[in-house]
Design a protein around this ligand. Structure first.
Ligand SMILES: Cc1cc2nc3c(=O)[nH]c(=O)nc-3n(C[C@H](O)[C@H](O)[C@H](O)COP(=O)(O)OP(=O)(O)OC[C@H]3O[C@@H](n4cnc5c(N)ncnc54)[C@H](O)[C@@H]3O)c2cc1C
Length: 436
């Protein structure tokens, strides 16, 4: 009897992912689901470990973790969610007064915002990755485009590989981006992130201290406090430096004094909090010119911080990276299923993600303007009110509830319709409207 089984053709698209941060791990998971793809991930680190303490996992990030099938890899006991369900609170650093408490109305319980150690997210993603596809200690040092259209990759340890689709998930210092844009230069943005840790037991023993997710504001400086569970409390800040400050390398130890002197006008309760700090690390933040396109050569795509380093703005860069992965993998499949060159899928990926990031940059540009207004305000309390009203209003909350699946569906349907009509114009219409 003849067999009714059809055999799946062997994978014929070699995808090389550079970097195993949230973007690279997410891409490894999603590309591995495509039967025509042969994926491998190269990471320069000898072992995967996360520095930098806490991370927020917001509604949009949870959705992606669910779609990728790794949501259940996170043990809920490793998450901190405030008892009253707020997403974040803003308080006056001098008086402790609550200025604004943001709720999460309408967010499904499963997707309520949470804080965790960065390693919690990393482990959840890593668990979903086929380890035989992940090669550590592999620092990409050279890319050559071959006449065939493929890329020849050379790694520091002498390993070489050839891939058809190159995915730059190699973070803010991306070598893949440098290959596409040799003149692109990173610059210290003049701000350093400080991440301090204390024992939660010590912090929660301070009378009157709220166990919430809180920004404590002053006119010039603010810090953030949050429980990370497992007896870890995080105290974090982004601190503008003076022009003569030399940028420090990523994750360098700092002294508690260097961190806390800025908050000398804050309340005695907050002085006690700062007094409980056990260690502080600092991270100089870098950015480069915004990229007009994040695809190139018909077969290179940049995702995550390699494409749009936001220097921690919005506290959701890992979530944005996972959204990039979602659209990129669907766009590659879209092109493959229609017998189109993969480059056509990459173009669609770029058209879907570019307006979204452009919207984020518009918000960031607005922040710069409100900084000017604050400088002209006299009192501590007035300045705090102005800052909270200007920077922490609801204007950008949609970012955390962004429905990338819906945006992608509309984009490819519009593109399919355009092609069916034989229309030569690019289907921008539905894509540009990214706020769903
Ligand atoms: C201070 C701060 C706070 C933040 N807070 C949050 C938050 O609360 N929530 C959130 O979602 N996001 C947050 N972010 C953003 C988030 O950390 C980043 O957006 C996210 O890590 C980007 O992921 P990525 O995979 O693109 O890059 P990365 O995490 O930087 O990973 C890149 C990987 O590529 C590897 N690599 C680099 N070069 C090479 C090479 N040549 N060869 C091989 N491998 C290479 C690196 O070793 C690294 O593992 C924050 C960022 C900062 C700076």
């Amino acid at each position: 009897m003849p067999s009714t089984q059809t055999t799946t053709p062997p994978p014929n698209l070699r995808v090389g992912i550079i970097g195993a941060g949230p973007a690279g791990l997410g891409a490894a998971i999603e590309f591995a689901k495509l039967p025509f793809v042969d994926v491998r991930v190269y990471e320069q680190a000898r072992e995967l470990r996360e520095v930098g303490a806490g991370i927020s996992i917001q509604h949009n990030t949870w959705r992606m973790l669910d779609v990728f099938g790794v949501y259940e890899n996170i043990d809920q006991r490793d998450l901190f969610r405030p008892a009253d369900g707020h997403a974040v609170q803003h308080r006056n650093g001098r008086t402790g007064e609550l200025v604004l408490s943001k709720g999460q109305e309408g967010t499904p319980e499963r997707y309520l915002s949470a804080r965790a150690l960065r390693s919690v997210l990393q482990k959840a993603l890593l668990k979903g990755v086929d380890k035989s596809k992940l090669r550590l200690s592999s620092r990409l040092v050279e890319i050559t485009d071959l006449p065939s259209g493929a890329f020849f990759l050379r790694f520091e340890d002498g390993l070489t590989d050839e891939v058809d689709l190159l995915v730059g998930a190699d973070g803010v210092r991306s070598v893949v981006r440098q290959f596409i844009y040799p003149d692109h230069q990173l610059k210290y943005i003049g701000t350093t992130a400080y991440r301090a840790l204390a024992d939660a037991d010590d912090i929660l023993s301070i009378p009157g201290f709220p166990d919430s997710v809180t920004f404590w504001h002053g006119p010039n400086d603010r810090f953030y406090t949050c429980n990370l569970n497992n007896n870890v409390y995080e105290i974090a800040a982004r601190v503008p430096q003076t022009p003569d400050t030399a940028p420090v390398s990523w994750g360098q130890d700092a002294s508690v004094e260097e961190f806390r002197w800025r908050y000398k006008d804050f309340s005695p309760m907050l002085q006690s909090v700062l007094g409980k700090i056990k260690e502080v690390k600092k991270f100089a933040l870098f950015a480069g010119p915004r990229l007009s396109r994040v695809v190139s050569h018909g077969s290179i795509a940049l995702i995550g911080d390699a494409s749009h380093p936001l220097s921690g703005a919005f506290g959701a860069g890992a979530g944005f990276a996972l959204e990039d992965v979602y659209v990129l993998t669907r766009a590659v499949k879209w092109a493959h299923d229609r017998g189109l060159p993969i480059g056509e899928g990459l173009e669609l990926f770029d058209r879907v993600r570019a307006p979204h990031y452009a919207d984020m940059y518009t918000i960031l540009d607005g922040y710069g303007k409100s900084d000017v207004a604050v400088k002209e305000t006299a009192s501590f309390d007035e300045a705090v009110s102005l800052i909270v009203a200007d920077k922490w209003n609801d204007d950008h909350q949609w970012l955390y509830h962004y429905n990338v699946e819906e945006v992608w569906r509309k984009a490819y349907e519009a593109e399919d319709a355009r092609r069916a009509k034989g229309d030569g114009s690019v289907a921008h219409g539905d894509v540009a409207s990214s706020r769903l």
